[in-house]
Structure formats: structure tokens, C-alpha cells
Design a binder for this molecule. Structure first.
Ligand code: PLP
Length: 231
């Protein structure tokens, strides 16, 4: 079931890219395995899937250590400074950097290990009160500040769009994110490369791709509904 679901989503990802006149290889599908057991991840590893997303640092760490084959784990959920140490040398990309304070902690832990951490800046594009992330207006300044940290490399931007019934409602949000990415890119800030735009989830990933997403984070459509009650 999970492998069939994955292939179906993958086909839709490719189709959306083609519709938008983009090369399908430009879009990375991240299978969001949060709350799901290792067996589910292993089923996808068996068919060659290598990109997984986790929300909780400890869960990322334990799955990273338990998988049969080395794969990429993305830290996509909110990250508290005291949890950075769990994932600093395990997450291939941290999608959820939304403050200088957090970036400084990432710098500290990365420097300690002699590595460079790759990060995205999380933008709360729709300015929802319940969500983490900075505003579009604040983003360029934060990017400039974080770019000063030698062991932190900004690769792009991430957003979690509002939960809506009709994914078309999020099109302007995705479009604004793409514009922000281009605006920051045009500033040619040292140590910043604006090549990644992480946006789109189960309900709206096709629209996100049409508007320029280079990474989509899909959980439910691949693994089925999550049960938060049993963990
Ligand atoms: C859970 C989660 C997803 C996946 O959500 P689905 O709607 O299940 O596809 C994507 N991104 C983030 C940050 C998440 O927390």
C-alpha cells in the first residue's frame, strides 16, 4: 500500500512539474514519516526512496540510527535550541530555522563537530498566528544575519501554507514565496544560495510545484493518516 501510494504521488509530482514547464528532476519528493514505524520507512527504502522528513529531533535521531540503509532525513518540524544536538550531524537539511537565536545554536553545534549545517529559513507567509516562522518582510534581514555564521549555509526557504479545503487558495502564498526567493537571490548575499524552495504538503503539493517548489513534503498521501493518540 505505502509503496503504491508513493508511486502515485511521485507520478503526480512529475506531472505537475511537466505542466509547469519544469524538469521533473527539479522537484524532490520528501516522504514525511513522522509518527510512522520503521517498517513503513523500510518498505520505501526497498524501492529506492532516500528522502524522509521528520518533525521531532529525537525521532529523527532514532530512525537515522535504526534504518538498514543510510538515507537522508530532513528536519522539517519546529526545532528548539536544546534539541539541535540530536540532529546536527544527522539531518541532511534543517527546514525550520526561524530565528538568529536558533541559527547561533546550530552554528555552535556544527562548529564543535567541524561540519557545515545546511538550512532553510521558515517563512510564515500567510502570517498565521498559530505557526512558526518569520514574516516575508523580515526574511531578507534574517538571511543577511545568518549568512555571517561560518558553519551555517542557507540553501533556501520553507513554508507551511494554511490548511485549506481548496488548494487553489494557497496559490498566492506559494507565488509570494517564489517571489521572495528571487528577491533574496538577486541580493547576492555571500554564503547564501537560494536554490531550494520547500513547500507543498498532501493537500496542496501539486499547486506548490506549479508555483516553483523544489521540495515537497508529503506524509498522509503516502503513509496514511497519522495517529497521535498512540505515541
Ligand atoms: C506533517 C508535516 C508535513 C506533511 O503533512 P501531510 O499533510 O501529512 O502531507 C509536511 N511538512 C511539515 C512541516 C509537517 O509537519
Amino acid at each position: 500500500m505505502i509503496t503504491e501510494n508513493y508511486k502515485e504521488v511521485e507520478a503526480k509530482v512529475r506531472a505537475a512539474a511537466v505542466r509547469a514547464g519544469r524538469a521533473p528532476e527539479e522537484v524532490t519528493l520528501i516522504a514525511v514519516s513522522k509518527t510512522k514505524p520503521l517498517e513503513d520507512i523500510e518498505q520505501l527504502i526497498a524501492i529506492g526512496v532516500r528522502e524522509f522528513g521528520e518533525n521531532k529531533p529525537q525521532e529523527l535521531k532514532s530512525k537515522y540510527e535504526a534504518v538498514s540503509t543510510p538515507v537522508h532525513f530532513h528536519q522539517i518540524g519546529h526545532l528548539q535550541t536544546n534539541k539541535v544536538k540530536y540532529i546536527i550531524d544527522k539531518a541532511v537539511l534543517i527546514h525550520s530555522v526561524d530565528s538568529m537565536h536558533l541559527a547561533e545554536q546550530i552554528q555552535k553545534e556544527a562548529e564543535k563537530r567541524g561540519i557545515t549545517a545546511e538550512v532553510l529559513i521558515e517563512v510564515n507567509a500567510a502570517e498565521e498566528e498559530t505557526k512558526f516562522g518569520i514574516t516575508i518582510a523580515e526574511a531578507p534581514q534574517l538571511v543577511r544575519e545568518i549568512s555571517q555564521l561560518p558553519n551555517v549555509k542557507i540553501r533556501g526557504l520553507m513554508t507551511i501554507a494554511p490548511f485549506v479545503d481548496d488548494p487553489e487558495e494557497n496559490r498566492p502564498v506559494f507565488r509570494a514565496m517564489k517571489q521572495l526567493l528571487l528577491d533574496i537571490k538577486s541580493q547576492r548575499i555571500d554564503n547564501v544560495d537560494m536554490s531550494v524552495l520547500s513547500m507543498g504538503m498532501t493537500n496542496d503539493y501539486e499547486v506548490a510545484i506549479e508555483e516553483g517548489a523544489t521540495m515537497v513534503r508529503v506524509g498522509t498521501a503516502i503513509f496514511g493518516a497519522r495517529d497521535y493518540g498512540t505515541i
